[in-house]
Unconditional design. Structure first.
Length: 87
């Protein structure tokens, strides 16, 4: 991974600190970290949307199953009514 290589390069060169004692990273490493954070955020959003769509599909499938059951029951009732008329 590019970020790992950048971190290894930084650590091999020896740490550089700012006046507050924080480690200074290169612009390239910063941009790579930012890119990864953006990708993670996009993934979370897409994953949430996928979960919502799956729930919607399950809901629709239940409705289809209920309609199918009602259709079958209606056909059976109709057949029984037709049979009773024959007798």
């Amino acid at each position: 991974m590019n970020l790992d290589r950048l971190k290894e390069d930084r650590e091999a060169a020896g740490p550089t600190y700012n006046e507050d004692g924080d480690v200074v990273i290169s612009e390239e490493e910063f941009l790579e970290i930012k890119r990864l954070k953006d990708l993670k955020s996009t993934y979370r959003t897409d994953h949430d949307e996928l979960k919502n769509l799956k729930a919607e599909v399950q809901y629709c499938q239940r409705l289809v199953d209920q309609c199918r059951q009602r259709l079958i029951q209606g056909m059976l009732l109709s057949s029984l009514c037709d049979l009773s008329k024959l007798n």
